[in-house]
Ligand binder design. Structure first.
Ligand code: HEC
Ligand code: HEC
Ligand code: HEC
Ligand code: HEC
Length: 173
């Protein structure tokens, strides 16, 4: 069994959130993104996410299947064990109040306290400067997905099909 070692520096990052140009940037939760990212015109990012298993990934750790899986790996409590939270509750360390949202918007797009303002959001460069994480091309997206999906539970991963299932573009872009 491999030990998960979390460097002290990472823990510090988690506790004090990310700091960009001196200001403290924190996680705000997906409800905050919902306000502007739910209508058809906007691209329905929130409902698409909410319907996906990403929104249920933390809850999945309390399922009977999780208990069986955990037992096989010598994990006592999947919903508090970093070995499972790493992929199923990626905000558990960084913003425990949102860990139940599972793989949420900010798990992929970065903490939103600074970029979620409308005037900043409307300007891509400003949004990125304020902590918005974008990927830019299919290779970069795939690399990111694989951080959790590569051989997860021994399953193969079809990136194109998976992305097709959860993508959430702004219409016309
Ligand atoms: C006050 C409204 C508002 C809030 C709140 C908001 N956004 Fe946005 N967001 C926008 C607008 C407007 C755009 C530009 C859409 C477009 O390109 O037409 C945008 C664009 C984006 C983009 C695409 C950037 C690009 O140009 O490719 C991402 C990703 C994004 N938002 C994520 C988030 C996340 C994650 C949250 C919550 C932490 C959030 N937004 C909260 C209004 C908002
Ligand atoms: C490397 C990332 C990763 C780790 C670590 C991980 N999982 Fe998963 N887990 C996934 C992915 C990805 C899926 C979805 C697989 C699929 O359907 O393609 C998944 C699916 C599951 C499911 C099925 C969920 C459902 O809705 O049917 C359960 C249960 C589960 N994992 C439990 C656990 C437990 C318990 C642990 C810790 C012992 C754990 N996982 C660790 C990535 C991970
Ligand atoms: C599993 C990771 C993941 C999750 C979860 C996620 N996104 Fe994204 N999102 C992406 C990727 C990858 C892109 C593609 C654009 C890029 O290259 O960054 C994207 C694109 C977007 C865009 C821009 C679409 C366009 O046409 O340019 C918006 C807006 C957005 N996401 C908002 C959200 C919101 C709001 C949530 C939560 C309700 C969310 N995303 C959840 C990974 C994710
Ligand atoms: C932080 C870890 C993590 C990242 C990053 C991640 N995923 Fe997942 N993904 C999961 C977990 C965990 C599950 C299983 C959730 C469950 O079934 O409870 C999952 C499930 C899925 C599913 C099944 C969803 C459904 O509703 O059937 C798809 C498709 C998927 N991911 C695609 C992607 C794509 C595409 C990316 C990259 C843009 C991505 N994921 C990035 C952890 C992650």
């Amino acid at each position: 069994m491999k030990k998960v070692i979390i460097p002290a520096a990472l823990l510090t990052l988690g506790l004090f959130a990310v700091s960009v140009s001196g200001q403290n940037i924190t996680y705000v939760g997906s409800q905050k993104c919902q306000i502007c990212h739910k209508t058809e015109k906007q691209g329905q990012q929130f409902p698409i996410w909410e319907m996906s298993n990403h929104a249920k990934s933390f809850a999945a750790l309390s399922s009977p299947a999780a208990a069986a899986n955990a037992q096989a790996l010598g994990v006592k409590d999947p919903s508090t064990d970093p070995k499972c939270l790493k992929c199923h509750g990626p905000l558990a360390e960084k913003a425990a109040e949102f860990k139940a949202e599972g793989v949420n918007c900010e798990a992929c797009h970065g903490p939103g306290s600074a970029y979620k303002t409308l005037s900043i959001m409307k300007n891509k460069d400003e949004a990125v400067k304020n902590g918005l994480k974008l990927y830019g091309n299919a290779d970069a997206i795939k690399t990111w997905c694989l951080t959790c999906h590569q051989n997860a539970h021994g399953k193969t991963y079809d990136f194109a099909a998976a992305w097709d299932k959860i993508k959430h573009p702004v219409p016309g872009k």
